[in-house]
Design a protein around this ligand. Structure first.
Ligand code: MN
Length: 480
């Protein structure tokens, strides 16, 4: 990709002056001048590729510039001062954010740990654009993984599958989530991947005919009505089929998946017009219609969903939506950065909305019942979370204001009960010292040591408090 192509793509959706973008291109090119990638190409190829992914997401100028320079602070001799002076604090903060995530090395094979890491990344990156850049970076690294050693391939694929693909999913960037999953799948289980790929392609070929019939049916009916539309068939990504096979313990042939079709048009009225057309040609399946246009999902997803019966007896799942809704569904939160604050058509509360949305999606993922939802609403959600590391690199989320004693109890009640001191980042601290996100906290214990009554005045978390009370009560030191 050349600079001219990047600028051209950017101008398709933005009227902003691109001087800064051109400068970022030049700056990154020169900063990485002496570096090469594992493929033997010059390093800057990677930076340009990340920017290209971001411009395809229709991201704002600052994000693309930061994408071009995302490795400058970590891998080159450019100083923070100079970088900030040249590009201003917004782009600087984005690159600092990406660099921060870069330094967190994830190697755990434990699912619960992966969940904490995902939470931590979401919480650490104050600006959601940082995560989008990081995801674009990871996508390009996955696309070029074949140049690395087998060992590295496995390590990076594992990290991608447990950390970055779920993160993309959580942000609603399904497009990216699928590609990250399939690329990881390819390296982690090469035989299963090739096998499944062949079968899916075969099934797909058979379906082309059905899709063609469907298209013709719709075309014929729309005749002179001039409703602009395009029909896309959608395929499930390989890894999700594989997961389904494992989960249900079924061979590929028995995995049911209906032919999925999307019809994209220009405006909402035409979505309903197309729905009417489709229902008049094919018999709708009773109870299959859902209107996510009138009632959007909380993650901003909009579409009309229906299922119809093809003449051959096959069920076809249909989604009807506008181009804009389509973009939102493919790119999730990233889609909403198209509008820069202050530009015409901008939503001044977008930032707030996205923050709210980000939190909301986190809760949705984590909470299983409405009761839990209400309860956490009352307690933890009013507080912000911090993330504290054990010396071994495990992460525990805690409410802001927590101290080493809370942390000790968060690890295990036995650790809490036997706690006699703590080190934070290798320095001895008092038990009531307030922890900050990213602190490494080591709990010092002594066998036969016991909780003290005054701890009740120190701890901030309900869990720690209840353990201490329980202990004191059992040992007759606390009545009630
Ligand atoms: Mn990179």
């Amino acid at each position: 990709m050349e600079l001219e192509d990047l600028i051209k793509k950017f101008k398709e959706y933005s009227t902003e002056d691109t001087t800064k973008l051109e400068y970022a291109w030049q700056f990154s090119l020169e900063a990485h001048m002496d570096q090469k990638r594992a493929s033997g190409e010059i390093y800057f190829i990677h930076c340009a590729a990340v920017a290209e992914i971001l411009v395809d997401f229709k991201m704002d100028l600052e994000t693309i510039a930061a994408g071009l320079m995302h490795d400058v602070l970590e891998d080159t001799t450019v100083s923070h001062e100079i970088f900030k002076k040249e590009f201003g604090s917004e782009i600087y903060e984005l690159v600092v954010g990406v660099t921060k995530i870069e330094t967190l090395k994830f190697s755990s094979r434990d699912e619960a740990q992966a969940e904490n890491w995902r939470k931590m990344i979401l919480a650490t990156a104050k600006d959601i654009r940082v995560i989008v850049i990081k995801l674009a970076d990871r996508l390009h690294n996955m696309r070029t993984l074949n140049f690395l050693t087998k060992e590295k391939q496995l390590e990076i694929s594992h990290e991608t599958l447990s950390l970055y693909a779920p993160l993309a999913q959580r942000l609603g960037i399904f497009h990216l989530k699928s590609e990250l999953e399939d690329l990881s799948f390819k390296y982690l289980h090469p035989d299963e991947y090739q096998n499944l790929l062949a079968k899916v392609q075969l099934r797909f070929a058979k379906r082309e005919k059905l899709l063609e019939e469907f298209k013709q049916g719709v075309e014929k009916h729309l005749g002179g009505t001039q409703i602009p539309h395009r029909v896309l068939s959608r395929a499930k990504n390989l890894y999700s089929i594989y997961r389904k096979m494992l989960k249900q313990n079924l061979p590929f042939e028995d995995i049911q998946d209906a032919l999925g079709i999307r019809i994209i048009t220009d405006n909402v009225i035409n979505c309903y017009a197309l729905l009417g057309t489709v229902h008049s040609i094919f018999k709708p399946v009773i109870g299959s219609f859902t209107d996510y246009i009138a009632v959007p999902k909380m993650n901003l997803y909009q579409s009309l969903h229906t299922s119809v019966m093809a003449p051959s007896g096959e069920i076809i799942e249909i989604q009807i939506r506008t181009e804009e809704m389509h973009h939102t569904s493919e790119y999730g939160i990233a889609a909403h950065w198209r509008y820069k604050l202050g530009e015409s058509g901008a939503d001044h509360h977008l930032d707030e909305k996205l923050n709210w949305l980000r939190q909301w999606m986190e809760w949705l993922q984590d909470l299983s019942s409405p009761r839990e939802f209400i309860e956490s609403f009352k307690t933890d959600l009013e507080l912000d979370q911090i993330f504290i590391f054990t010396p071994r690199g495990d992460v525990k989320p805690l409410p802001v204001g927590s101290n080493p004693l809370d942390f000790a109890y968060a690890i295990h009640s036995d650790i809490g009960d036997a706690c006699i001191g703590a080190k934070v980042n290798n320095k001895m601290v008092k038990l009531d010292c307030e922890l900050k996100s990213g602190d490494i906290c080591e709990i010092i214990t002594r066998r036969n040591s016991a909780p003290k009554k005054d701890w009740l005045g120190i701890v901030k978390t309900a869990g720690a408090r209840s353990h201490i009370r329980k202990y004191l009560r059992e040992h007759g030191e606390l009545k009630d």
